[in-house]
Structures are given as structure tokens and as C-alpha cells.
Design a protein around this ligand. Sequence first.
Ligand SMILES: [Zn+2]
Length: 65
Amino acid sequence: MQPYLDRDLNEEQMLEAEAHLDDCAYCRRRYRFEVSLRRYVRTAMNEPMPLELKAKLAALRTPLH
Ligand SMILES: [Zn+2]
């Protein structure tokens, strides 16, 4: 879901991703989680992100389910 969040998709891929989110509870949950996580990270921006958290985020970046 990373490319979707980063809006790095063409229009067709975007529609596909949105349709998939409508269908797939697993990805929908992950998408919402990433959105709220990013909001949190933005507010905590003054502090460097701990390496452990970075690793956890990287582990979440898997293709559509
Ligand atoms: Zn999915």
C-alpha cells in the first residue's frame, strides 16, 4: 500500500487500489493503520525515528494482499 499512500500511481492503478480497499478488509485495516501512523510520525517529526520503528514500518510495506 505504500505507493497508494504516496500517490505514486497512475489513475487506473489508483482506481484499482481503491476498489481493492473496498473489497479487502485486510488491506483496508493496514491502510488505515498506515494513515494514522503517518499522522503520528508527522507530529513527532522533531525527534529522529527509532531504528526499531523504522524496521517495523519497512516490514509493513508489502504488496496488496
Ligand atoms: Zn488486500
